[in-house]
Design a protein around this ligand. Structure first.
Ligand code: 5AD
Ligand code: SF4
Length: 490
């Protein structure tokens, strides 16, 4: 999942205007109509910012929906806001430091505007709980990821002069019937959250503590959401979960038999419409079945792209990480993908400098990267997180500069591999879903091929975002394909 993203959004009465700020989308603004036509406003203004993974983006759309129902209109200007909510990430220490920095900035505003309410939502709220109120005196509201329905009530409490905290984790909450207010609205691509929480307990990871036990959402509500998105003009959905391969619907009965597994859910969503592209994230190497791969292969509209985090290329490190697979098992899953879908793109997550990682173990990660040739990777230095298995069992003993040097080597290996992979598509026709105007040129459209590679080509009369086109690629940068329009695909 793409981490370290952030957005805020601002809504005039009946419109949502949002700002996306991350490495890839710096400074873009999108407008979205109020899907219900007219939304009552109370004159109160909300600034909602989201940090971290796609799941947080998706959760912010639930929060926005709940608060729009309470009459909030939104702004991206903290000076104008009555309520500022930060939907936070706790995955690495630097994610939390960024949020502390933002709170420092808000403190200066609150000095001038004492009635400003500041709330912390999401994983950092869940991790620090009441402690956050002690540490960050300006925070009025602390709300964990399973307590968003309680927001109106908690905000009322703050307005009555109290501080408010709800960090209860749930075994059932999936927000299944709340229609998300789409914030990342290029009007073409949208996220659908299919499950919450994680039961895996990877030893480095704080997520099981901040997002609680794994639970799957009713498949009917997922399919309905996909249908509604298609009818509203969207042409791509990304099904989100911490480990989508362990999606299981048991008809609301936790002890019952599995009625729908992930492969079957994927099939149901793919059947919504052949022109609705389906993506998903994140897959887990220990759980990804051939059934999922065959389902992908059967449906042209399920994109040929799998995010399969490896974390390390060494079996002993994987054991210490409690990942539940070895290097050999992982490479077997890669072989299965290549066998069943030879054109499928593969991306990964890698951590360098995990507890006790030796130079040889690190070399195994480099050799695995060389063997797999990833299309894309998110790469991190290990960051010890309180309460995790690794924090309790192992010493964080790889010096910071060694972690950094290894990360640099991993990044260099990935840059080489990505450049090679992108070149493979040059000289062929690609089916591209147009997402909007290119970031670099008003005269060009940008979209993606099924492998998730960005394709840029000159705009043509009559084409618009959401159209599928055939593009002949003639060149590339390291991660972007350049092409010419060939035909519209109906
Ligand atoms: N330190 C560094 N990276 C981490 N990740 C998760 N926890 C940590 C941590 N403590 C990375 C993993 C995961 C991705 C979402 O974030 O690579 O797959
Ligand atoms: Fe964290 Fe592992 Fe769950 Fe992913 S699968 S969220 S890394 S515990």
């Amino acid at each position: 999942m793409a981490y370290l993203c952030r957005y805020s959004f601002s809504k005039q009465p009946n419109t949502v205007e949002e700002k996306i700020i991350d490495e890839s989308r710096q400074g873009e603004y999108f407008m979205a109509p109020d899907p219900s036509g007219v939304r009552p406003t109370t004159g109160r203004k909300l600034l909602l910012e989201s940090y971290g993974c796609q799941m947080n983006f998706s959760d912010s759309e639930i929060v926005a929906s709940i608060l729009a129902g309470e009459g909030y209109s939104t702004t991206r200007d903290p000076e104008e806001a009555d309520l500022v909510l930060l939907n936070t990430c706790a995955i690495r220490d630097n994610a939390e430091q960024r949020i502390r920095g933002r709170l420092d900035y808000l403190r200066s505003i609150k000095r001038r505007k004492p009635h400003l309410t500041v709330g912390v939502l999401g994983c950092m709220a869940e991790r620090l709980r009441e402690k956050l109120l002690e540490e960050e005196k300006l925070v009025d509201l602390v709300v964990g990821p399973d307590a968003y329905r309680d927001l109106p009530n908690l905000i009322n409490r703050v307005e009555d002069g109290q501080k408010a905290v709800n960090v209860l984790l749930s075994r059932e909450e999936t927000y299944a019937e709340i229609a998300p207010l789409r914030l990342d609205t290029n009007g073409v691509t949208a996220f659908i959250s299919i499950m919450r929480g994680c039961d895996n307990m990877c030893s480095f990871c704080v997520v099981p503590f901040t997002r609680g036990r794994e639970r799957s959402r009713d498949p009917e509500s997922i399919v309905r959401e996909a249908q509604q998105l298609f009818e509203a003009g969207y042409r791509e959905v990304t099904l989100l979960g911490q480990n989508v391969d362990s999606y299981k619907w048991k008809g609301g009965n936790q002890d019952g038999d599995i009625l729908v597994n992930f492969a079957q859910l994927l099939e149901k969503v793919a059947r919504v419409h052949p022109r609705l592209r389906v993506r998903f994230s994140t897959s887990h190497p220990k759980d990804m079945t051939d059934e999922v791969l065959h389902t992908m292969a059967r449906h042209d509209n399920i994109c040929k792209y799998i995010h399969l985090p490896v974390q390390s290329g060494n079996s002993d490190v994987l054991k210490r990480m409690n990942r539940g697979y070895s290097r050999g098992w992982y490479l077997d899953r890669i072989a299965a993908i290549r066998r069943i879908m030879p054109t499928c793109a593969i991306s990964t997550d890698i951590i360098t400098g995990f507890c006790g990682e030796t130079e040889e173990e690190h070399q195994d990660t480099l050799s695995l990267m060389n063997e797999v040739q990833y299309d894309m990777a998110f790469m991190f230095k290990y960051s010890e997180r309180p309460k995790t298995l690794a924090e309790r069992k192992f010493e964080d003993d790889v010096p910071e500069e060694v972690k950094g040097r290894r990360l640099q080597q991993v990044i260099e290996a990935q840059m080489k591999s990505a450049a090679q992979r992108t070149k493979l598509y040059v000289g062929y026709d690609q089916e591209v879903l147009i997402e909007g105007t290119s970031k670099k040129s008003q005269e060009h459209f940008q979209g993606r091929n099924t492998q998730n590679v960005v394709v840029v080509f000159p705009k043509q009369e009559g084409l618009k975002p959401g159209d599928y086109v055939r593009v002949h690629t003639y060149g590339c940068t390291s991660v972007t394909l350049l092409g010419e329009y060939v035909a519209t695909v109906s």
